[in-house]
Design a protein around this ligand. Sequence first.
Ligand SMILES: Cc1cc2nc3c(=O)[nH]c(=O)nc-3n(C[C@H](O)[C@H](O)[C@H](O)COP(=O)(O)OP(=O)(O)OC[C@H]3O[C@@H](n4cnc5c(N)ncnc54)[C@H](O)[C@@H]3O)c2cc1C
Length: 567
Amino acid sequence: MYSHDVLVLGAGLAGMRAALEAARSGANVAMLSKVYPVRSHSNAAQGGINAALTDRGDDWHEHAYDTVKGSDFLGDQDAIEVMCREAGQELINLEHMGVIFNRDDEGRLGTRAFGGQRRARTFFVADITGQAILHVMYEQILKYNVRVYDEWYATTLITDHGRCGGVVAMEMRTGEVHAIRAKAVILATGGLGRVFEPSTNALICTGDGMSLAYRAGAPLMDMEMVQYHPTTLKGSGVLLSEGARGEGAYLINSRGERFMERYAPNMMELASRDVVSRAEITEINEGNDIDGCVLLDCRHLGRAKIMERLMYIHEVAMDLVGVDITKDPVPIRPGVHYQMGGIKTDVDGRCWDPSGGWKGVEGLFAAGETACVSVHGGNRLGANSLLDTVIFGRRSAEAAMDYASANNHLEFSEDNWVGGEKATMQALLDNSGGDLVAKVRLDMATAMDEGLGVYRTEEGMQRALDAVRGMKDRFKNVIVQDKGKAFNTNLIFALELGCMLDCAEAIAVGGIDRKESRGAHSRLDYAARDDENWMKHILLYQGPGDQVTKEYVPIVITQWQPEERKY
Ligand SMILES: Cc1cc2nc3c(=O)[nH]c(=O)nc-3n(C[C@H](O)[C@H](O)[C@H](O)COP(=O)(O)OP(=O)(O)OC[C@H]3O[C@@H](n4cnc5c(N)ncnc54)[C@H](O)[C@@H]3O)c2cc1C
């Protein structure tokens, strides 16, 4: 059996940062990914990464306050303090590894403004920041000889009495199923954006890690907090980075008005994402739209700046909607972008609480978009996600190594675990007479779009939940047409669909439960934030049976009491 001290599931920025930290200390570490590592979704990150550097008069307390306010006071302030305090050092680490950040006119690391922040503290590589960091990080992974299982698909966590001791995974090239033993497992499996359509996320963002942890007994937290990004391209939903507004682009409606004046007179287009997305939907609903969209206007930035700093979105707008952003405004609307909720962890990535405040799975850690530490609360600030991946990727590796050195491998029967997974897969392959995977997937996404959009109501969310539960039944008979072993992507899509349905159900259950409007969760039937009753996180556990069990934990407040949120 394959065996490691620390096994990292996921090779995006969170996974690579975790694997690198573990490898540097000499641990026997492996990283497993369903796609070739540099094709992980972190590759798509465009605008940048936040850090408050003191040499330009910034201060991590200010970054932390902006993050707390951005989160609509749902973020845990102890975790936010950790992230913002450690950001500067981590940024310098990235630069020393070889990330070539853009420079300012004086030759120092350059910054651009991002939404919801009073200072320009976003460091960037043009509009390909994720790609630049991911490639540099992968060089380090190769340098430290991390064992990489690439194009392996993890299907289940091996657990016994609430402890995780490895995973079962399919080698996609051969279709063989293996158990991999590890003293500590770190989930860095990314987001779930494809539960909705369209989405800015890649097809691989199917919430697998959240579902795996949930099935193994770990709680999912604040799943109702799904971020709609204000500038996604008409039709395809492809992202046009907030970096464009950071560089000074405007939002205009069909009358040519910069409508953000009415919604956020101080921060205008750079108010936080939930605020801007709601403003756009209000404009669209009031008829100030063009074909269901408003417009992003970059023309006044000038061709030189656009081609230097926004060349990727220039290309995307040209290729996908035929608009040259140096000459014309481009049609955009809010689209699903990021999951603030996820697997509940402490500030060291632990998916269980050693002091017993909440339950979970021992030996299991999580970092990045799959986790909920919670540093984003009800609304993530742009460029805080890449920061989250590297800070909590590193911290989870440190804690996982401590755990691995203090504990032996879990004993389990390889035959039983592998045999069980093979039987589950065979049952899917043997199905006949059910729906195609793509049909159920589209029905799920449609139900979620309709019920859990920018504005929500009890009836709409209940309708989506009922529909998703119906799809969970249909999923049992879903048809996998490809019966082969090598690269059976049809089977993988089916397994991913099972994960997405778990996530969709959790999003709707959390949404119905939270009877207030906070951050991205905006209810027409409970339009106000309710600090008296809802300064708490919602934890969801699977079971017993098909039920979802709820638990509440208070928000951690260190220095910033809730206040009215204006931009
Ligand atoms: C278009 C776009 C632009 C963005 N721009 C920015 C930005 O400028 N700044 C910012 O801060 N944030 C940005 N974000 C958000 C940010 O990119 C992501 O939140 C972050 O990169 C997630 O990193 P991650 O390491 O958690 O996951 P990912 O990079 O998504 O990696 C997940 C990994 O898990 C693996 N995996 C998943 N399931 C399985 C399985 N079952 N078996 C095996 N492997 C599995 C995948 O193969 C992959 O390697 C952007 C997001 C999008 C969509």
